[in-house]
Ligand binder design. Structure first.
Ligand code: SF4
Ligand code: SF4
Length: 366
């Protein structure tokens, strides 16, 4: 295998990450339908040691610090203990002059706590919002529908609190078979905050675990839903960010024409983004098969793990047949056979086309 040409991450100066993501804890206060994290194995109070995070950012990546550190759970704002831990982590990142983002469900992120987050340097919050219908919103979070209206009002209040604290908010839908009809309504909800500090995100579903495959929407419905959303956003007032889109440019070129307000985020996995679990395991991305870490920070440094991992190297150079000469592979949207986390999970290699595998999984469902 020829590993030449895998970019700046293999240069002697060490990896240049745009994003290093740390999972602070695995415990969560909701149970989203599509969650692939190991909530059942986690205990409240089990945190990623901050010394590991500090050592990685200061000693390991010190000469080439990342542009962003993202913090996530589980749920990083779920109780007093996790909120205090999150503030400590943010203060450390702030001291190092690195920008920070959290992923949160915002259910327990009160306006008062948002002000503390802002003081600790938080600039961006990615907040999950899979529907604007209170019952569907709560159901997709695994919550009881008896108090869904109350939960939705609390959520609204907390999103407003984040914005008032000066934190940029990305309200993010994870697209699955139950919310393809919700996209435009979420976009309009995001617009209704009337803020220049808010945007909408669409995260395409990634099958980290077996139980997630049946949740994929069928491609026709998914395509139509995204098309309608893109047309709505083009006439809208807030940005729309689309991540890990499984409707690849070679099959759906119409989706990718440049449009006002639309930002495509291609696959950064294995390239300039890395995910660290609360266990210290390092993964190619947060959606990677959790049985296949590249290594563990308790045993080796991030730079060593990154540079020595054969799986990462292979992920950057092996292309399925139909992607060989594709201009999108490392192009503007870095398609990279989106999503090769799915390919590796299903086949143990990087040779197959992701889209075909998702179609196969859908056919198995029929
Ligand atoms: S990289 Fe592969 S999957 Fe992506 S657009 Fe090109 S041919 Fe299609
Ligand atoms: S492999 Fe790439 S496309 Fe798939 S989930 Fe990870 S970052 Fe997204």
């Amino acid at each position: 295998m020829n590993y030449s040409g895998i970019g700046s991450n293999s240069e002697p100066g060490g990896p240049r990450f745009k994003v290093v993501e740390f999972q602070l804890q695995q415990a969560c206060n909701v149970q989203c339908l599509y969650c692939g994290y190991e909530q059942e194995f986690s205990r409240t109070g089990d945190y990623l040691p901050l010394e590991l995070m500090e050592r990685t950012l200061v000693q390991d990546l010190g000469p080439c610090p990342p542009e962003w550190v993202w913090l996530e759970g589980g749920e990083v704002t779920m109780d007093d203990s996790s909120r205090a831990y999150l503030l400590q982590a943010l203060e450390l990142i702030q001291r190092l002059g690195i920008r920070s983002r959290i992923n949160t469900n915002a259910q327990k992120c009160s306006p008062a706590f948002s002000r503390e987050l802002a003081r600790a340097g938080l600039s961006f919050a990615c907040v999950s919002c899979d529907s604007t219908d209170p019952d569907l919103f709560s159901w997709m979070r695994g919550q009881k529908s008896t108090n869904s209206r109350e939960l939705w009002e609390e959520f609204n209040h907390n999103v407003q609190g984040l914005l008032e604290a000066g934190i940029t908010v990305d309200l993010e839908v994870t697209l699955n078979r139950y919310n393809t009809g919700e996209l435009e309504r979420v976009y309009e909800y995001v617009e209704s905050f009337n803020s220049s500090n808010i945007m909408m995100g669409v995260q395409f579903l990634v099958a980290t675990a077996d139980h997630i495959f049946p949740l994929y929407p069928d491609p026709l419905t998914q395509h139509q839903a995204l098309k309608n959303l893109l047309e709505r956003a083009e006439k809208g007032t807030v940005p729309l960010r689309i991540c890990c889109c499984s409707l690849v440019p070679c099959r759906y070129p119409d989706l990718y024409r440049p449009r006002k307000n639309v930002i495509w985020v291609g696959c950064t996995c294995g390239y300039n983004y890395v995910h660290v679990h609360a266990t210290g395991h390092v993964f190619l991305c947060g959606f990677w098969d959790h049985r296949q870490p590249l290594g563990n920070l308790k045993e080796k440094s991030l730079v060593e793990i990154w540079q020595e991992s054969r799986m990462r190297q292979e992920s950057q150079v092996i292309r399925p047949q139909q992607c060989r000469d594709c201009k999108f592979w490392e192009g503007k949207y870095r398609c990279h056979n989106t999503c090769f986390a799915v390919v590796h999970r299903r086949t143990g290699s990087f040779h197959r086309e992701a889209y075909g595998l998702i179609e196969e999984a859908l056919n198995e469902r029929k």
